[in-house]
Design a protein around this ligand. Sequence first.
Ligand SMILES: NC(=O)c1ccc[n+]([C@@H]2O[C@H](COP(=O)([O-])OP(=O)(O)OC[C@H]3O[C@@H](n4cnc5c(N)ncnc54)[C@H](OP(=O)(O)O)[C@@H]3O)[C@@H](O)[C@H]2O)c1
Length: 282
Amino acid sequence: MILVPGGRGQLGHDLAALSADVRAVSSAELDVTAVTAADLAGASAVINCAAYTAVDAAETDEERAFAVNAVGPGLLAQACASLGIPMIQVSTDYVFSGDGVRPYETTDPVGPKSAYGRTKLEGEHRVLDAGGYVVRTSWLYGVHGSNFVKTMAALESSRPTLSVVDDQAGAPTWSHDLAAGLLELVSVLPATRLLHATGGGQTTWFRFARAIFEELGADPARVQPCTTADFPRPAPRPAYSVLSGAAWAAAGLRPLPHWRSALSEAFRAGVVAPRTGAAPLE
Ligand SMILES: NC(=O)c1ccc[n+]([C@@H]2O[C@H](COP(=O)([O-])OP(=O)(O)OC[C@H]3O[C@@H](n4cnc5c(N)ncnc54)[C@H](OP(=O)(O)O)[C@@H]3O)[C@@H](O)[C@H]2O)c1
């Protein structure tokens, strides 16, 4: 049985949907900040999807973010090591500064600019030190939970036009594809323990939003480009956070599908509920 703490989030849901061997548990069933080896009874592996993912809130709540994103994964990794079972920690592109100009390799220096990124990075250190795996991903969206795709779909039906930042580049990742990749990782258990797994290719939030409008059957020209400076947020976002999948491929793992084809697949899978009535604003 593969135990999945944080199993009610978007990635946890997709892991559970993909394999009957997955036991996805909520934070009420298993709080990672106080986990012990006894909580992992019967598990043959752990994929940790528990995280404090509110990036802006983490700026003023770093203590809580640290408990969930650093202390919890560390405790989980130690418990897994004591039981001799593998642990996979899911991490983020936000561990990088975002000042890069080519896809980040796993060997590139880190430099988080946000509280969320700092706490996730400390989680990485603790998991790797205890012998676990770390898989960084980016721009995650899925059928369950809130995400950019759902936000764009909601705005499409309520606003004639909208502005989306065009100066942040990254790779959207469908949580279903990442879940499949993580299950493959558990079956292969390669020697390399720090990996990147994202949708293939790269884009900007603006171009991603236009692709979402295309999938919705709406006019993509209703989405206009703007800059990060136009929409200041509490937590700084990396300007460039494309992650190279070279280490993933070298470990013998299948690259995740390209972000654009994955988006079409996600729509076919119902990432956005079909419209039931009112015509969109034009
Ligand atoms: N979303 C993104 O764009 C993105 C990008 C890069 C990396 N990631 C990483 O990918 C992973 C999965 O993200 P996601 O989007 O699936 O997250 P999510 O939907 O926000 O789910 C996170 C889950 O963690 C649980 N959780 C919070 N505190 C916990 C605790 N103390 N003990 C146990 N569970 C706890 C939450 O459960 P409750 O709500 O019940 O507390 C929630 O179900 C995370 O590691 C995240 O950092 C996400």
